[in-house]
Design a binder for this molecule. Structure first.
Ligand code: EPZ
Length: 416
C-alpha cells in the first residue's frame, strides 16, 4: 500500500495546471448512456474514480475508447447490460448516477445500493423518490435497486434536502421523459450546471441549472456531442490552502475563481493576497495566517468538500476558529489525525473548535477519506520534519498526480 512522505516547512512557489473536475466528469460521463450516438469528452481528469466509472460503463456494453490525450470517446449504441454490480459500485458511490440515464434510455436498471462511506450513511432515497414520481417502479432487494419504467413521465419534484447527485440523476432522467419536469430545491453547484450544459449540447431542453428550480422539457432522443469538463474547483481550493499553510506564493492555471467565491473570501479573511486572472488564480500567503471560522452549506456557501483542507490551515493560524459541518454527519475523521501532528482541536457535536498553534510536528498519519487525506497533506506541508501518510489510495480517487504537482511547487514529497 503506497504512502506519501512529506518533509514539511517549505513555502510552496511556482505554478501548476488544474485538472478537470471529478464531480463534473462523473455525471457527464453517465450522460453518454442517454444517447446511441458517440460522445467525445476532453479535459477529463486522470483519476481512479473516473477509471472505475469507465470500467462500469464498459461492462454495460458502452464502447470506451481512450485517445492519447486526456480525451475519451464513449458510444452507448450497443449498451446491453443495464446493471451496475456491487463490486464496482462499492468502490465508487457516484455509480448511482447511471440509474436515471439507464431508466430513461432503456426502461430498466439494476444498480447496487452505494452503501455508506467514511463520511456518512449517504442514502439515495431522494433519487428513488424522484424517479418514482416520474413513473418508475422501484424495489430495493438484496442490496440492489431494481427499477423498471415505460417512458418516464414529466413530474414536479421537490427534494427534501439539497442533493447534488440526486439533482443530477433526476435532471438526466427528465431529458427523455414525456412532458416537463420541474425539480425544486435543486442543487446549484457548478458541476450541476456543467452537466446541464452538456445535456443541452446533446439536444436536451434544460433551463434554470444553477438556480434552485430546474425545468426540463423531455425530447424523443438526444444526439452525440463533444464536451470539455470544467476545471476542478475543489482541487483548486486544495492547492490554495496548501500555499496558504506554507506561507507560499503560487499561480494556478486553467482554473476559475468564479465557482470558488466563498473559499476565496475565507482565504482573504485569513490574510492571503489573491489576484484573479481570466483563467488563473494567484495567491500570496501572509507570514502568519489569521484564524477564520466557517460553516459548510450547499453552493454558493462554503463547500463541505473544502472543510477538511481549511481546518488544516486553521491549525497553524493565529487565533481560534469554529468550523461547523452541516452536510455530512461524520466528516471530522481528519481531526484525530491532525491532532497527531500537534493540532489543538475540540469537537462539540458538528462543530470543531480549532486553536492555532505555533507549528505542527511531522508524524505517521492515516488517510480515511478523500478530502481528509487532502487535509493531512496540507498540514504535513506546513509541519516541521517528516510526515508519512498511509492509505493514500484515497487521494488517488480525487487528485490527479498530486505528488508531481506538489513537487513542481517546490514541496519535498515522495510516494513510497
Ligand atoms: C456530492 O455527493 C459530491 N460527490 C460530494 O463530493 C459532495 O461532498 C456532496 O455532493 C455535497 O456537496 C459527487 O458529486 C460525485 P448530496 P452527493 O446528495 O451527491 C443527504 C467528494 O469529496 N442525502 O448532495 O452524494 C446526504 O446524506 C465528494 O468529491 C439524503 O439524505 O451528496 C447528505 O447528508 C464527497 N438522501 C446531504 O443529503 C439522498 O437521497 C447532501 O448529499 C441524497 C442525499
Amino acid at each position: 500500500m503506497d504512502k506519501l512522505v512529506i518533509e514539511g516547512g517549505v513555502p510552496l512557489s511556482g505554478e501548476i495546471v488544474i485538472s478537470g473536475a471529478k464531480n463534473a466528469a462523473l455525471p457527464i460521463l453517465c450522460a453518454a448512456l442517454l444517447t446511441g450516438e458517440a460522445m467525445t469528452f476532453s479535459n477529463l481528469p486522470r483519476l481512479k474514480d473516473v477509471a472505475t466509472l469507465l470500467k462500469l460503463l464498459a461492462q454495460m456494453g458502452v464502447r470506451v475508447t481512450p485517445d492519447s490525450g486526456e480525451a475519451v470517446f464513449l458510444d452507448a449504441k450497443d449498451m446491453d447490460n443495464p446493471c451496475a454490480p456491487y463490486d464496482l459500485v462499492k468502490t465508487m458511490r457516484a455509480s448511482i448516477l447511471v440509474l436515471g440515464p439507464l431508466l430513461a434510455r432503456c426502461g430498466e436498471a439494476r444498480v447496487s445500493l452505494p452503501g455508506g462511506c467514511a463520511i456518512g450513511a449517504r442514502p439515495v432515497d431522494q433519487h428513488i423518490r424522484g424517479l418514482q414520481a416520474m413513473g418508475a417502479e422501484i424495489q430495493v432487494e438484496q442490496g440492489y435497486i431494481h427499477a423498471k419504467a415505460g417512458r418516464l413521465q414529466g413530474a414536479r419534484i421537490c427534494t427534501d434536502m439539497v442533493t447534488v447527485t440526486g439533482t443530477e440523476n433526476l435532471m438526466m432522467a427528465a431529458t427523455l421523459a414525456e412532458g416537463e419536469t420541474v425539480i425544486e430545491n435543486a442543487a446549484r453547484e457548478p458541476e450541476v450546471v456543467d452537466l446541464a450544459n452538456c445535456l443541452v449540447r446533446m439536444g436536451g431542453r434544460v433551463f434554470g441549472a444553477g438556480t434552485d428550480v430546474i425545468r426540463v422539457q423531455g425530447v424523443e432522443k438526444l444526439h452525440g456531442a463533444a464536451y470539455a469538463i470544467m476545471p476542478d474547483r475543489i482541487e483548486t481550493g486544495t492547492y490554495l490552502c496548501a500555499a496558504a499553510a506554507t506561507g507560499g506564493r503560487v499561480r494556478l492555471l486553467k482554473t476559475s475563481a468564479a465557482s470558488l467565491d466563498s473559499v476565496i473570501d475565507k482565504l482573504m479573511d485569513a490574510g492571503c493576497d489573491i489576484q484573479l486572472a481570466r483563467d488563473a488564480i494567484h495567491l500570496q500567503a501572509p507570514a502568519r495566517l489569521k484564524s477564520v471560522s466557517l460553516r459548510t452549506a450547499p453552493y454558493p456557501a462554503f463547500p463541505t468538500d473544502m472543510q477538511a483542507q481549511f481546518m488544516a490551515i486553521n491549525c497553524v493560524a493565529d487565533g481560534v476558529a469554529t468550523i461547523r459541518e452541516t452536510i455530512f454527519e461524520n466528516r471530522f475523521m481528519h481531526v484525530a489525525e491532525l491532532q497527531r501532528l500537534g493540532a489543538d482541536i475540540q469537537i462539540e457535536g458538528n462543530n470543531a473548535i480549532v486553536r492555532g498553534v505555533a507549528g505542527l510536528q511531522g508524524a505517521n498519519v492515516m488517510a480515511t477519506d478523500l478530502r481528509a487525506s487532502a487535509s493531512l497533506v496540507v498540514a504535513a506541508l506546513a509541519a516541521r520534519d517528516e510526515t508519512r501518510i498511509d492509505r493514500i489510495y484515497h487521494l488517488d480517487r480525487g487528485y490527479e498526480d498530486m505528488a508531481e504537482k506538489l513537487s513542481r511547487l517546490g514541496a519535498r514529497v515522495w510516494r513510497v
